[in-house]
Write a protein that binds this ligand. Structure first.
Ligand code: OAD
Length: 248
């Protein structure tokens, strides 16, 4: 029986034979939930600002109230969104393998809401408030400029800013998953930002079969398969073709 039209049979077979799978997602996976991708997100009041000029420690310390205003706007935007068929398909895919690691560059918590379990939030969590001095579990608050209830330092959104290192734990878990996996899927990312963008090359060099899913393929040389399509359409097809072949 012929698999789905969009999914190469050889990719379905590689997934069928796989024990360990790693998936890297970017803003494109949340696009169909109405969350604008990172590179098109700035609208309205924020149109004239580049994210790179707001999402930095320098910008925050220079004007914490202004940067908090931007993040509260982004939180409001994202809070209205719900997981889409692509998020749900990744949750189903996770159940098909002994080891499945979902590394996401997205900070919108939509993979959690979609039911994914083993998630690495590579660029942090938009909805977390963290103390800039590193206190554990500061109490969140909605003051214009929130301060840590333990040490009195500023609270900041729990996302990785430009120029900051990826949290060690996230870096380790995602590199480990990329090195160990049999198949790596790279979904909805422009693959412009390292070290996240380096994971698919690491997987390929470690012997994995790699595939990119993106309506605008990035042309990265590390992909065995390139599927030009929206994640909300392709991922459910990929799950269906995997289940179909295992039912045969
Ligand atoms: P980008 O906005 O750079 O890229 C989004 C990608 O999603 C593009 O390649 C689109 O073609 C693709 N896309 C759009 N709609 C899609 C759909 N329905 N299905 C699948 N793909 C779709 O966002 P990211 O690659 O996630 O880092 O950006 C990576 C990082 O750059 C962000 O996490 C952020 C930014 O600097 C930090 O905040 C540290």
């Amino acid at each position: 029986m012929q698999g789905s039209t969009a999914i190469p049979e050889a990719l379905t077979e590689a997934l069928r034979a796989a024990r360990r799978v790693c998936v890297l997602t970017g803003a494109g996976v949340s696009a169909e939930s109405g969350v604008p991708t990172f590179r098109e997100a700035q609208t309205g009041l924020w149109e004239k600002y580049r994210p790179e000029s707001l999402a930095t420690m320098e910008a925050f310390l220079a004007d914490p109230a202004f940067v908090w205003k931007w993040y509260r706007w982004r939180r409001e935007l994202v809070a209205k969104s719900r997981p889409n068929a692509g998020h749900i398909a990744l949750t189903e895919l996770e159940r098909c393998f002994d080891e499945f690691t979902l590394v996401t560059q997205n900070v919108d918590r939509l993979h959690r809401a979609g039911g994914s379990q083993n998630i690495v939030e590579f660029h942090g969590d938009l909805f977390a408030d963290i103390c800039i001095a590193g206190c554990a579990d500061p109490a969140a608050n909605d003051d214009e400029i929130p301060y840590c209830n333990h040490c009195g330092n500023l609270l900041r959104p729990g996302v990785v800013w430009f120029g900051e290192a990826i949290p060690q734990q996230a870096l380790y878990r995602s590199s480990e998953a990329a090195e160990r996996c049999d198949v790596m899927l790279c979904v909805g990312t422009s693959s412009q930002v390292y070290p996240a963008a380096g994971l698919s090359g690491l997987a390929r060099r470690s012997g994995a079969v790699t595939a990119e899913i993106n309506p605008e393929p990035t042309g990265g040389p590390e992909f065995n398969f390139v599927i030009a399509g929206q994640s909300g359409l392709i991922l459910p097809e990929l799950v269906a073709s995997l289940k179909q072949s295992s039912d045969e």
